[in-house]
Each structure stands twice: as C-alpha cells, then as structure tokens.
Ligand binder design. Sequence first.
Ligand SMILES: Nc1ncnc2c1ncn2[C@@H]1O[C@H](COP(=O)(O)OP(=O)(O)O)[C@@H](O)[C@H]1O
Ligand SMILES: N[C@@H](CCC(=O)OP(=O)(O)O)C(=O)O
Length: 366
Amino acid sequence: MSDTREVISDARSVVVKIGSSAITSLVGGLDRGRLDRLADAIESRMQAGSSVVVVSSGAVGAGLAPLGLTTRPRDLATKQAAASVGQLALAHAWGTSFARYDRAVGQVLLTADDIARRIQHRNAQRTLDRLRSLGAVPVVNENDTVATAELRFGDNDRLAALVAHLVGAEALILLSDVDGLYDGDPRKGAAHFIPEVTSPEDLDGVVAGSGGALGTGGMASKLSAARLAADSGVPVLLAAASDAARALTTADVGTAFSPRPDRLSARLFWVRHAADTHGALHLDEGAVRAVVDRRRSLLPAGITGTSGNFHAGDVVALVAPDGRTVARGVVAYDVTELDFMIGFSTRSLPADLHRPVVHADDLVRI
Ligand SMILES: Nc1ncnc2c1ncn2[C@@H]1O[C@H](COP(=O)(O)OP(=O)(O)O)[C@@H](O)[C@H]1O
Ligand SMILES: N[C@@H](CCC(=O)OP(=O)(O)O)C(=O)O
C-alpha cells in the first residue's frame, strides 16, 4: 500500500466530504438508507479513535421535491430557496442517522467570508474544535441562503479542503458517485482509472468533466480541491460513497492524491487561497519575469496600473499584460499611495516609500 494511503488510514483527524450525487437523487430526494450506511462507516472510524468532520452537500437536492421542482434550479434565488428547505431535512437526517449511536450532530453553515476573514475564521475553528472535543460530529455545509453569487465557495469540494486546513486535519476523503479519477468522464465512454496522483504530471491528459444532474463542480472542482489540500500538506482520497467503509478504514479504494513535499506556510496558503482578492496590480513583462522566474519582490517601476480599492495588508492579484493572474501577494501600500508611485524607480521615490510593493516573502505564484 502507498505511503499516502497509509497516512489516510492512520489519520487521527479526518474531513469526509459527501457529494449531493451520493446521497440525493432527482426522483427520490434524500436517500436515508445511504446516509445510515455513511454514518455507520464514520462511527466506526470515530470508535477507532479518529475525530471526523463531515462536509455534506445535498441541501439543494433534498429541497427540490418538497417544493415541487423536478430539475436542479439554475438561478440563485430558487437554489437558495431549495437549500433552505433541504438543509433542514439534511441536518435532521444526519441527526437521526447518528442518534442510532447516541452520537450528537452539530450543524455548521459557513460562507467564503467566514473562512477568509480572520475573526470569523477563528470563531468557526473554535466551534469545530469544541464540537469534536465533546464527541459530536460537525456537519458542515455552505450557508447557501446568505451566500451571494460572488461570495460562494463555488463548491463544497473547495469548502471541504478549506475546512481540512482550518481544523488541521491529517486527511481529506471526498465521497462521490464515481469510484475515483479517470482520464476522462467515465459516463461518456471508456476511460482509464488513475489510482495514484503523486505529482502534477500525473494529471497530464486528464479531462476533468462536469458533474451529474445534482452535483455542482464535477471532477474539475475535485481536482482543484485536491490541489488546495495538497498545498496545506493534507493527503486526499477520492472514492465512491458506496465504498465508504473501506475508504474510512484501509483506504485501499479510489484515487489517492499525495500532499506536496514542500507544503506552503500557513501564511502563503492564506495568500494563495484567500477567498477574495481586494484588487489587482497590472505588471509589465519585465516585472512578470522578475516575480515569476526570478522570485523577486515587486517594485513600483514594473507596475503599469492598479484596479480595485485595496489597503496595505490586503491580498491582491498580480496580473500579466495578457490578463493572466500570475501571482497573489500582500500589498504594502494603499491604492491611493500606490497610484502616485507606479512606474517610478525606487531610487527616485522618498525614503519612506522604498519598501517593495509586494515583498517576495509575501508572494505566491499561481
Ligand atoms: N475525469 C473524470 N474522472 C471521474 N469522474 C469524472 C471525470 N470527469 C467527470 N466526471 C464526473 O464527475 C461526477 C462527480 O462530480 P459531481 O457530480 O459534482 O459529484 P459530487 O456531487 O459528489 O460533488 C461523476 O459522476 C463523473 O461522471
Ligand atoms: N451547498 C450545496 C452543495 C453544493 C455542492 O458543491 O454540491 P456537490 O458538487 O454535490 O458537492 C447543497 O448543499 O446543495
């Protein structure tokens, strides 16, 4: 068995993400039998000494039938209404499944903002830690009814990877309706199974397709969540929910993603994955080369313009002349100060403006 699978199987703290496609269907809504089987597997892992945080999708899927809807809505307001009805059923169903073991369940609804802002971040962290120390299972979902389009996590795979970072988990298990990663969408024809992903090259030629009728992000969101987790040193197992018992014990099913050996510091992880940037710095070609290839700090001379309303200490995007975001970093000046500095060489500026606009230590390439 690979080292990664051993780490996942031995992890004392695990985040288990369950996709809509694994526990809901368009016709039947929430599948209580499947939820019971997942709760059985999670309970066994907890009995063996691990703490588990569940990230459960399925609110929208569970809310469709009660509202007389037969397809997943596309517009935000109807999605939010379905999630509002469905979240109640979902939380109740998890509560009932774990009550068979006298295990309490705590509902935790988060938005991107909660993870991005340090104070809410700490509050969420404290609640999750206390729930776990009290032996309860936190069941996390996105707070769909208040998240607006631009505030959305995008998908719960990403939320699960951020939660894994937040609680210092040692493994992330993504359970879906597919039994792992293939080089193309297995619903669309013959595809080859990929058991291990140890480096980005293992993903060369992989076509990550869209999700099913109820899923949101499809395989692309699982791959980017796996990368996010890998950046924070967390190994990921992607497996079918029907294999949950094996995924949670021996981890000898599905696709295992190794964490990167040079994991990002907590600070740089923050910079790269901060939910929101507060603006952008537009770079000329020379500055792109200095920052990306030579890993230098960004100086005012290489900046051609700014956008957004940011302050010193905010995370901003660094954008190349062709519009690509090439890095993210913590900016050292307010936009109002910077607008007078851009294009000038450091020597021609007053001494109090000599620090770099983004220091190399505060900068992460994308
Ligand atoms: N390269 C691929 N490997 C495996 N599955 C893929 C791939 N591309 C697309 N898929 C599809 O992604 C779906 C899972 O994504 P999604 O429906 O969003 O799940 P979930 O609800 O669990 O988040 C699977 O049903 C599968 O058909
Ligand atoms: N918050 C939404 C889930 C969004 C989502 O990412 O769904 P999925 O792709 O099934 O994990 C819900 O509960 O329906």
